[in-house]
Design a protein around this ligand. Structure first.
Ligand SMILES: *[C@@H]1O[C@H](CO)[C@@H](O)[C@H](O)[C@H]1NC(C)=O
Length: 206
């Protein structure tokens, strides 16, 4: 009898454990393959720097604007949930650099590697002030915006003209380490000043 109760208890535990195990999702949500050439160019995208203008990484701001092309039919943006903005290497900065290669397949594209922002899509237009990130390398760039639907899939796009690219002056290794060194030394000198001040004061007080 005791043994039977034991078996019953054990199977109850197993059932409870089994219920707690999460089931694998019916189909692991594979990212939809998207080709740029298949997307409607429904967004009109603008950037503040003019062609050839130089902006400094970590310092300057690039203002990006986007709006639905007025020649699009009404409701063309019904599925737009958000706008994803990317910074893209201009063609001149891609030549002979496989790691910046553009691809029609968005998941393989390496030309638009840098995320600028993701904003909810508001009918009409949007705008974002982007302070160029410190890790953006020196190169020519243009900006691309994707309209993204509720499932996170790109459904339309627009971009500033790759032929009217602007330039980013990146923070080079030397530049960055000099800044760090300067920072360390100025902190050190203030600390040293404080230290000797205290030492002198103690001497006087004695
Ligand atoms: C809007 O779309 C039309 C038709 O596709 C195109 O000719 C026009 O250049 C676009 N306007 C802008 C500002 O991109």
């Amino acid at each position: 009898m005791a043994r039977l109760a034991g078996v019953a208890a054990l199977s109850l535990v197993l059932v409870l454990l089994g219920a707690g195990v999460p089931r694998p999702p019916a189909a692991a949500a594979a990212k939809t393959q998207v080709f740029l050439s298949k997307l409607p160019k429904a967004l009109v995208v603008g950037v503040s720097p003019k062609h050839g203008e130089v902006v400094h990484a970590g310092e300057n701001t690039v203002t990006v604007t986007w709006s639905l092309n007025t020649s699009e039919p009404a409701g063309a943006d019904a599925a737009f949930k958000s706008v994803k903005v990317k910074l893209c290497y201009a063609p001149a900065s891609r030549t002979d650099r496989g790691w910046r290669k553009a691809s029609d397949d968005l998941h393989k594209d390496k030309a638009c590697q840098f995320k600028v922002t993701v904003q909810p899509y508001a009918a009409g237009a949007g705008r974002f002030d982007y302070v160029v990130a410190r890790d953006i390398p020196t190169a020519s760039y243009f900006v691309r915006a994707y309209a993204v639907d509720a499932s996170g899939t790109e459904v339309a796009y627009g971009q500033s003209s790759p032929d009217a690219a602007f330039d980013v002056a990146g923070i080079t290794g030397i530049h960055a380490s000099l800044k760090v060194a300067a920072g360390v030394f100025s902190t050190f000198s203030i600390a040293a000043l404080a230290f000797f001040f205290v030492v002198e004061k103690r001497k006087k007080d004695k």
